[in-house]
Ligand binder design. Structure first.
Ligand code: T1G
Length: 653
């Protein structure tokens, strides 16, 4: 098998070229190839060495698929130490994304150049790890302690220009990278540039309190996660220890994390997210339909957010409402959201204006005659949705995709009112739709393959993570939320308080506990839905009776300032003795005995409720694979990624 690393002597420059698709990850073969090339460069006529990659990106990191298996020689730390020790100047030339070990290689080189479109980063923290090949020791020597901590604890890559400002890149190459980098390397060699070893650089002065500040901030921002704190320990080691001892500290912390549960969970999640985009039985090259214009029916919170998601990706949107007043209200929501993003510095004024300009409003369905895709986002009334689809069937061009944003309804029943059920699909966005990453793509019985493939691809274009679901009540996420919600009610009746249940789940890692989620969604929504059901259809009263009593006591949730909690003007929840009383009275009413309940029991029962329903969903083929369910819960329901998702968590127990 040919090595993915090629070495040539070009104009007295030793060129090490890596070509290992898809992202030049540092597999064993790549590591060995670099070592072999350095051996040759060490003894040939080359005056300097240039490391460059073919393909769409410079090295995107260590090969994550090798983790968890016995590591093969040479280890990456050996490779980077070898690069740094080279007696001739070594230049790294970066394009695409140099990430993790893929940036630690240039950090160990003596000079770094990049094209302006390149990005560099150390995202190991997203895998529950830290830069384990010298990154925690070399980065602060080049960029200072603060910038190094920011880069490693956020895990967010930075553009080449910013990296240059920070001292992490020495030169931006205009035009073709290879030619520019080769010319610069020759210039350095001709100018007698010596190897400039990062390990020998002094760390610039820093604010002594920086470590304590980061520890405190991360304890809140990355609650319960170990990797961010270990990164701070290593960077602190970089300023207090000699380089070799700092490296040893990094190595031991890295191994600890690699053997830990959180990294195993986050590595699972890395591949789960990528796997979710693949549809069993659908050819990778299934043709897709062009989508350059979109119609959105309904300008409420969801419709407005959906319209923004497309406009933010440069796709023209027509927002339809029933009246000019309703349309004006819908547009006002969008304006407010954009103004908020500009205010928070998330978006420039110009970008916001450009996106806003892509959204047009109308009250006339005829304005949808030529759009490529329509998404219906009106409230959950099945008859209203069917009426809208019948209308769209008459208005939209052949080949237009007709999608519904329903969170529960039967997509097949909606499709059946049209003459083109093969063009109908579910696209279930999560609120706020312009922010939440998850998109449940609901495949109807008759949905055509190219319609499905188009929506999966489009999801990536509007920066969503798509997960395919079959048709059932509530699809994947909301269906699992039912037994989870019911279990939370049983725990209350058996003796726990709302604040104990939510507290236990938050301490365990959930973004928000179930009772706060109920208050956010509005207790009256479920109450109204239950009014239309028979007692038999409603099921076990223990699952809803407390909520009925709260609604009857005018506690509808956050929107009325009280639900399971009482809320102040800033929406901060406060436990409420009246609610405790309602719960105790309901338990007596239902003859349920109350007892002490531990936090552990709360977590076990709630997660088991999710997992049990998840297993049924897989058995029924509603979800393709259990890792898809993990993606749904992490990106849609605030499940902690560092626990891998409910199914992974259960399997790992
Ligand atoms: N190892 C193995 N496979 C990888 C990989 C990696 N590092 N990165 C990507 N892939 C695969 C991915 O699974 C997919 O495969 C294909 O490449 C395309 O990826 C010691 C310990 C580079 C920004 O965390 O962020 O270095 O699904 O679909 O959207 O300090 O991939 O096609 O079969 O994501 O264009 C640190 C991880 C590692 C970066 C491209 N590096 N990668 O995004 O394509 S830890 C990372 C990414 C480390 C050292 C430590 C992204 C990308 P398949 P894709 P994309």
């Amino acid at each position: 098998m040919a090595s993915p690393v090629n070495y040539t002597l070009t104009d007295n420059i030793g060129v090490i070229r890596i070509d290992s698709p898809p992202v030049n990850a540092l597999s064993q073969a790549v590591r060995q190839g670099i070592m072999d090339a350095l051996d040759v460069a060490g003894s040939d006529a080359s005056e300097a060495v240039l490391i460059i990659c073919d393909g769409r990106t410079f090295i995107a990191g260590a090969d994550i698929s090798e983790f968890g298996k016995p590591l093969l020689d040479p280890w990456l730390p050996e490779v980077v130490d070898r690069i740094e020790a080279t007696q001739k100047p070594v230049v790294a030339a970066i394009h695409g994304t140099a990430l993790g070990g893929g940036f630690e290689v240039p950090l160990s080189a003596h000079y770094r150049c990049a094209v302006a479109t390149a990005k560099v980063g150390l995202p190991e923290v997203k895998l529950g790890l830290l830069p384990g090949a010298g990154g925690t020791q070399r980065t602060p020597r080049l960029a200072g302690v603060e910038a190094a901590l920011q880069l490693m604890t956020s895990g967010v890559p930075i553009p080449a220009a910013q990296a240059m400002e920070a001292g992490l890149v020495d030169k931006i190459v205009d035009g073709e990278l290879y030619e520019g980098a080769l010319a610069w390397t020759k210039e350095l060699a001709a100018g007698g540039a010596a190897p400039r070893r990062t390990s020998e650089q002094e760390i610039p002065p820093f604010e002594p309190a920086v470590f304590a500040n980061y520890r405190a901030t991360l304890a809140k921002r990355a609650r319960g996660q170990v990797a961010p704190q270990s990164i701070v320990d290593c960077v602190e080691g970089a300023v207090t220890l000699p380089f070799a001892d700092g490296l040893a500290l990094e190595r031991s912390k890295f191994s600890e994390l690699m053997d830990g549960e959180q990294s195993a969970a986050l590595r699972h999640f890395f591949f789960a997210e990528r796997q979710a985009a693949k549809i069993d039985g659908l050819a990778k090259d299934t043709p897709v339909r062009p989508v350059e214009s979109v119609g959105v029916i309904g300008g409420g919170t969801m419709g407005g957010g959906i319209a923004m998601s497309f406009a933010n990706a440069g796709i023209a949107v027509t927002l339809i409402e029933i009246s000019d007043e309703a349309l004006a209200r819908g547009m006002a929501i969008i304006e407010k959201n954009y103004a908020g993003s500009v205010q928070r510095g998330k978006l420039s004024e110009d970008k916001a204006a450009a996106c806003r300009a892509l959204i047009a409003g109308s009250t006339d369905y005829a304005s949808l005659a030529e759009v490529d895709l329509v998404i219906e986002a009106v409230f959950e009334d099945p008859d209203l949705k069917k009426a809208i689809f019948a209308k769209l069937d008459g208005v939209c061009k052949p080949g237009a995709i007709l999608a519904t944003n329903t969170s529960y309804q039967d997509v097949d029943a909606i499709a059946a009112v049209t003459q083109r059920p093969e063009d109908v699909i579910g696209t279930h966005f999560f609120s706020p739709a312009h922010i939440m990453k998850l998109l449940e793509v609901v495949r109807g019985e008759k949905t055509a393959d190219d319609v499905l493939a188009t929506c999966m691809k489009l999801a990536k274009r509007i920066r969503k993570v798509p997960v395919v679901s079959g048709v059932c009540y509530g699809f994947i996420g909301n269906r699992m939320l039912q037994p989870y919600g019911k279990q939370s009610q049983l725990l209350l009746l058996e003796g726990a308080t709302p604040e104990q249940v939510d507290g236990a789940m938050q301490k365990w890692g959930m973004a928000m506990g179930p009772l706060r989620v109920f208050d956010l969604a509005g207790l009256d929504v479920g109450y109204k839905a239950r009014q239309a059901l028979s007692d038999e259809q409603k099921g076990d009263p223990a699952g809803y009776r407390v909520m009925d009593h709260l609604v009857e006591a005018d506690r509808h949730g956050q929107k009325t300032g009280s639900g399971f909690y009482t809320y102040d003007d800033h929406r901060n929840p406060t436990p409420c003795p009246d609610v405790h009383k309602i719960i105790e009275d309901t338990a007596a009413e239902l003859g349920i005995e109350r007892r002490e309940i531990s936090d552990e029991e709360i977590v076990d029962r709630l997660i088991s409720a999710l997992v049990d329903e998840g297993r049924k969903i897989i058995d029924e083929g509603i979800a393709q694979r259990s890792s898809d369910i993990d993606v749904v819960y992490v990106y849609g329901y605030g499940f902690p990624a560092h626990r891998g998702g409910p199914m992974f968590y259960a399997d790992s127990r």
